[in-house]
Design a protein. Sequence first.
Length: 66
Amino acid sequence: MGRGRQKAKATRQAREMKYFSPQTDYSALQRELRSTKPSTRAVDHEDRHEEEDDYSAYAEKYSDYD
């Protein structure tokens, strides 16, 4: 019997969440974007690149198959 009230409350909560717009802290965003720490993805990529370049032993071993 209380389903109408529950549905209305759920609809109201969904509408509040949909249109909620908190104040943006632009100074915190600017600090985050200006961070000078190197990203871990760039470091990982460089390390992987060095490891992947050493195929010379395989190239010599399997050169007959080309």
